[in-house]
Design a protein around this ligand. Structure first.
Ligand SMILES: CC(C)(COP(=O)(O)OP(=O)(O)OC[C@H]1O[C@@H](n2cnc3c(N)ncnc32)[C@H](O)[C@@H]1OP(=O)(O)O)[C@@H](O)C(=O)NCCC(=O)NCCS
Length: 396
C-alpha cells in the first residue's frame, strides 16, 4: 500500500508526537504530548501515513522574522521534521517538505527558515546558512572586566514567576526588532518557554531570571562540588537591548559566586564580551556552527523589505531568473528583469544573502556565487552585508 499524505487532526496529535519522538530518539510523556499542543497549528502540519501508522511528520510555525534594517516579514519556521527509521530514504521528507512549502506559499509567506539537526539535509531543499552561532565556555576564575567600564551596579535584579514571564515577553518584543533573524514569540510561546524553564532540566537547576530595564538573562546552574565549588552557569538566553544592558548583565553573570564555568550554546557571532575583558582568552568559542537556515520563497517581497549598506542596483540570477535588487539608501525594491546579471548564484545562497550576514565574495570563493567582475563583487559585499550579525535566539 502507498503512503498517504494529509493534514493531521486533533485525534492524530498523540500519534504525531510519538512518531516525531521516534525520529529524534525520544519517548514523550503524556504531559509532554499535552504541553506541546499549545504552540502548534495543525493546519500547518503534514503527516505521512502508512496503513494506520504515522511514519513521517513536518510542519511550520508562523513567525514574523526581522530583516536587516528592522522591518519584519512573515516566515514559515519549519519544524518537527522527522521520518521513522523503518521508512527513511524513500522520499518521504522530500514530499513533506514540498507540501509544507506549498502551504507557506499559499499563505503568502515569502521566507522559510529552520534549524538543522544535520548539515547535509537542507541544501537540496533550497536552504542556505543565514547565521553563524557560537557555543562558548568562559573561565570565570580568570575572566576580569577592564577597569573603568561604566557598570551600573543597581541595574540588575532577580525576577521570578509571572514577573519573569512578563518582563521577558516585554523585552523580547523590543529585542527581536533590533537584529536580523530574530523572530516573534506569541503569548502561547512565552507561556510554554516559561513553564519549561520553571523546572529543573537534565541535572541542572530550574531557571534564574536576571532583569534589566533594557534586557534580561536566563540561566540554570549545574551543581558540582569537588571539595571546592565548581558549578557551571548554563546561560540559556542572553538578551540585551542596549549596550548598557549588555555590560550590566555580563557583569552580574560573571559575578555569580561558586561558578567556575559560564557556558552558552546560543550566542551570536558578533558577541562583544571578549572586548570588555582584560584578557580575551577566558572566553573560548568551543563551537562555531551554522545557526538558522533560510529559503527565499518570494525574492521580490523578501529582498524588497530589507535595507542595504549602499545605494546601488545589482542584478542577481538564481535558477535562470534575474532579480534587480535596488536601494536608494532608504527605500528598496526587488523585481524580475532581463538585464545582464552582476551575480549568478544558487537558491540556498540567496537565503544566506537575505539576512546580511554572508559576504558575496566569500560565497564566490566557496564556488557558490559568481561575480561578473571583481568590482561587482566589491559592490555586492558593501550592499548586502549590514550589521549586527544575524542571529536567531529562538530554537524551534
Ligand atoms: C532527515 C530525515 C528527515 C530524512 O528523511 P527521509 O524521508 O529519509 O529523506 P528522503 O528519503 O526524502 O531523502 C531525500 C534526499 O535527502 C538525502 N538525505 C536524507 N537525510 C539526509 C541526511 N541526514 N544527511 C544527508 N542527506 C540526507 C537522501 O539521501 C536523499 O537524497 P537523494 O535525493 O540524492 O537520494 C530522516 O532521516 C530523519 O527523520 N532523521 C532524524 C530526525 C531529523 O534529523 N530530522 C531533521 C530535523 S531538522
Amino acid at each position: 500500500m502507498g503512503i498517504e499524505y494529509r493534514i493531521p487532526t486533533d485525534a492524530d496529535w498523540p500519534a504525531v508526537v510519538r512518531a516525531d519522538g521516534r525520529a529524534f530518539g525520544e519517548v514523550p510523556t503524556d504531559e509532554q504530548i499535552a504541553e506541546r499542543r499549545s504552540t502548534v497549528d495543525l493546519d500547518r502540519f503534514r503527516i505521512a501515513v502508512d496503513g494506520t501508522q504515522i511514519v513521517g511528520v513536518a510542519g511550520s510555525f508562523a513567525f514574523d522574522v526581522t530583516l536587516p534594517g528592522g522591518a519584519t516579514a512573515p516566515a514559515a519556521g519549519l519544524t518537527w521534521v522527522g521520518v521513522n527509521a523503518t521508512h527513511r530514504r524513500r522520499g518521504i521528507v522530500t514530499e513533506l517538505m514540498r507540501l509544507v512549502h506549498q502551504d507557506a506559499d499559499e499563505r503568502g509567506e515569502p521566507i522559510a527558515m529552520l534549524f538543522a539537526s544535520e548539515g547535509g539535509i537542507y541544501d537540496r531543499f533550497g536552504y542556505g546558512i543565514a547565521s553563524t552561532m557560537r557555543f562558548v565556555e568562559i573561565d570565570r576564575t580568570t575572566a576580569g572586566f577592564r577597569p573603568g567600564l561604566p557598570v551600573d551596579r543597581d541595574a540588575v535584579r532577580f525576577v521570578e514567576g509571572d514577573d519573569a514571564r512578563d518582563h521577558l515577553a516585554a523585552i523580547w518584543e523590543r529585542h527581536r526588532r533590533s537584529r536580523a533573524g530574530e523572530i516573534s514569540r506569541d503569548a502561547a510561546w512565552h507561556d510554554m518557554v516559561h513553564q519549561l524553564r520553571e523546572r529543573p532540566a537534565s541535572g541542572s537547576s530550574a531557571t534564574f531570571h536576571l532583569a534589566h530595564r533594557d534586557g534580561y538573562a536566563a540561566y540554570r546552574i549545574r551543581d558540582k562540588w569537588t571539595g571546592r565549588p565548581a558549578n557551571t552557569l548554563e546561560l540559556v538566553e542572553f538578551v540585551p537591548v542596549t549596550a548598557q544592558a549588555h555590560l550590566d548583565l555580563w557583569h552580574t553573570i560573571l559575578g555569580v559566586d561558586l561558578v567556575v564555568t559560564v557556558a552558552s550554546r546560543n550566542l551570536p557571532s558578533d558577541e562583544a564580551l571578549p572586548m570588555l575583558l582584560t584578557d580575551v582568552r577566558p572566553f573560548a568559542t568551543t563551537v562555531s556552527k551554522d545557526g538558522f537556515w533560510s529559503n527565499v520563497l518570494d525574492p521580490a517581497v523578501a529582498f524588497g523589505a530589507r535595507t542595504y549598506g549602499t545605494a546601488d542596483r545589482l542584478v542577481v540570477e538564481v535558477e535562470g531568473v534575474r532579480w534587480a535588487v535596488e536601494s536608494d539608501g532608504d527605500e528598496a525594491s526587488c523585481r524580475r528583469v532581463r538585464a545582464r546579471p552582476d551575480l549568478v548564484t544558487d537558491r540556498p545562497s540567496l537565503g544566506a544573502l537575505l539576512f546580511g550576514g554572508v559576504r558575496p565574495s566569500d560565497l564566490a570563493r566557496g564556488r557558490r556565487l559568481e561575480g561578473r567582475t571583481d568590482e561587482a563583487l566589491r559592490r555586492a559585499d558593501a550592499f548586502f552585508v549590514v550589521g549586527p550579525a544575524p542571529h536567531c535566539a529562538t530554537w524551534f
